[in-house]
Design a protein around this ligand. Sequence first.
Ligand SMILES: N=c1c2ncn([C@@H]3O[C@H](COP(=O)(O)OP(=O)(O)OP(=O)(O)O)[C@@H](O)[C@H]3O)c2ncn1[C@@H]1O[C@H](COP(=O)(O)O)[C@@H](O)[C@H]1O
Length: 106
Amino acid sequence: MAFTLDDLDRIISERASADAKESYTRALLDAGSVRCAKKLGEEGVEAALATASGTKVELAAEAADVLYHLLVALKARDVPLSDVMELLQRRTGQSGHAEKASRINH
Ligand SMILES: N=c1c2ncn([C@@H]3O[C@H](COP(=O)(O)OP(=O)(O)OP(=O)(O)O)[C@@H](O)[C@H]3O)c2ncn1[C@@H]1O[C@H](COP(=O)(O)O)[C@@H](O)[C@H]1O
């Protein structure tokens, strides 16, 4: 079966209770949400650079880093992945242009 974001999220939740010496995830969470935010920002920039001028392999690797660090950031702020997926699901009925207009008008 294909590996999913839910699978990665589950691993991150499990590793959150590991020892920080053994788990990069636990070490990041111990360092706090500002450190998680910094890593997410760095990986986002690296993914953007790879999108503009990297190879497809480089972009795939940077995208993997972004997804991992995004899930850790959500964990650091106690935002369940299911809340994010629910928002995305609600948006499926409309185009991106209509979704943007609805945010601007609120
Ligand atoms: N998917 C990932 C994953 N993707 C990226 N990374 C780490 O994210 C970091 C990327 O940051 P950089 O490239 O800037 O590397 P760095 O300079 O060493 O990082 P820092 O010292 O700045 O934190 C690297 O250390 C990567 O190893 C990940 N670390 C963990 N996972 C998953 O999380 C699971 C649990 O990991 P642990 O918590 O370490 O057991 C693993 O089994 C994986 O499934």
